[in-house]
Design a protein around this ligand. Structure first.
Ligand code: COA
Length: 255
């Protein structure tokens, strides 16, 4: 169904594998089209409660934008590519269901940007992160200048952007770019175990946590106001009734 993605739903967790291993899973136009369409399904398919994004093979998560595809672009085409990247990655970032990147190797350029558009990241020990665009006479175009500053702070972000340095998983952990570093064989099990826990919670409450947390970085909205309104709206949700009733009845809620 998707030319560049492998998808599998198990126990309400959608595993998405970017599948261009011969090109280290570089992001070309088709990958963006496929991710765009897939996330339409994620938003609407009630059987999906959370998502893992990973890369095919043991070497690479995603080694960046497909350099061959944009090498002869005009400035207008470059801008359009950046806007497309923003649109698809905003769709991931604003997804009302948790999206976790399971980073299994190189996460460079657009790959690091894709990982950063997910709600959080888990890395295997062989993962490598970096924004090497300045080597190509470019800067990150898919939100990397913004999200790297948000996640690790401006000074360290600028150092990584300026130097194009590739950092290993332990350093990414130290910088809070990733939440956990695990053995390669433990990468997917770790992501699945966290998402199984998350999937046992109220999906509506989780969607509102995502909206409120994302509002911190959206200057068009007031995050406290979003929090107040979503907090209030929860009081009419069946899930809140179930959660509170279960607490009072000393049982686990069923969402
Ligand atoms: N775009 C297009 N093709 C890419 C790619 C990218 N971003 N990254 C890797 N590939 C391709 C290589 O061209 C090569 O294809 P080929 O076998 O047809 O020649 C294949 O993937 C394997 O990559 P290779 O460079 O041979 O692997 P390596 O182990 O020697 O090096 C990297 C791995 C990740 C260090 C290296 O591929 C690299 O620097 N990639 C570009 C990273 C980058 O600048 N990303 C930001 C882009 S804006």
């Amino acid at each position: 169904m998707y030319q560049t993605l492998l998808t599998e739903i198990d126990n309400h967790i959608l595993k998405v594998t970017i599948n261009r291993p011969d090109k280290l899973n570089a992001l070309n136009k088709q990958v963006f089209d496929d991710l765009d369409n897939l996330f339409d399904e994620v938003y609407t398919n009630n059987n999906i409660r959370s998502v893992i994004i990973t890369g095919a093979g043991s070497k690479s998560f995603v080694a960046g934008a497909d350099i061959l595809e944009f090498k002869d672009f005009t400035p207008e085409q470059g801008m359009a590519l950046s806007q497309r990247g923003h649109q698809v990655f905003f769709k991931i970032e604003n997804c009302p269901k948790p999206v976790v990147a399971a980073v299994n190797g190189f996460a460079l350029g657009g790959g690091c940007e894709l990982a950063m558009s997910c709600h959080f990241r888990i890395a295997s020990k062989n993962a490598k992160f970096g924004q090497p665009e300045v080597n190509l006479g470019l800067l990150p175009g898919y939100g990397g200048t913004q999200r790297l500053v948000q996640l690790i702070g401006k000074a360290k972000a600028l150092e990584l952007l300026f130097t194009a340095a590739m950092i290993n998983a332990e350093e990414a952990l130290h910088l809070k770019l990733v939440n956990y570093v695990v053995e390669e064989t433990e990468l997917l099990p770790k992501a699945i175990s966290i998402l199984e826990l998350i999937n046992s919670k109220s999906p509506n409450a989780i969607a509102q946590c995502i909206a409120a947390a994302n509002a911190v970085f959206d200057e068009k909205v007031n995050g406290y106001s979003i929090e107040t309104h979503t907090f209030g709206s929860c009081f009419q949700s069946p899930e809140m009734k179930e959660g509170v009733t279960a607490f009072l009845e000393k049982r686990k809620p069923v969402f």
